[in-house]
Design a protein around this ligand. Sequence first.
Ligand code: SF4
Ligand code: SF4
Length: 142
Amino acid sequence: MIRASFCGLCDDCQLGNPAFLETVVRLQKYLFQFRANWWLHCFPVEEGFSFAELSKALEWFRNHSECPGCKNGKGHEDCPIRRCALERGLDQCHQCPDLAPCQKFDFLLSEFPDLKARLYRRQLKDRAREFHRLLEAKKMKA
Ligand code: SF4
Ligand code: SF4
């Protein structure tokens, strides 16, 4: 399933990625096979974790592989990027002329430092495509 987002974040989402799901299932099998909950008492308390929560998380990944993505109803209502792109009627932020100076990405960049750079590359590609299209049109006319 292709998930679309205004900022490009959903492009990298691993929910539903067959390799990811396969890994989750394999990990569940290993944990069951090795009866991991029996060995938890061997971990020092401060480094320990809840096996129940881990199992719950793995099960959650298996059962939530169909997220439709930001543009199809899963985006945060208050997200400034989402709100701004919607107001401007843009499909994605790479179409925005104000992408370079835009500061609405600041809250994402510490975790996803290349997010804006990727949109910028996409923007440059679009411009190059448009340039070639115009060249072709000019050639046809000549
Ligand atoms: S809600 Fe905002 S941060 Fe989340 S995917 Fe959509 S545009 Fe990006
Ligand atoms: S100003 Fe442009 S790049 Fe920034 S959030 Fe709004 S639409 Fe996206």
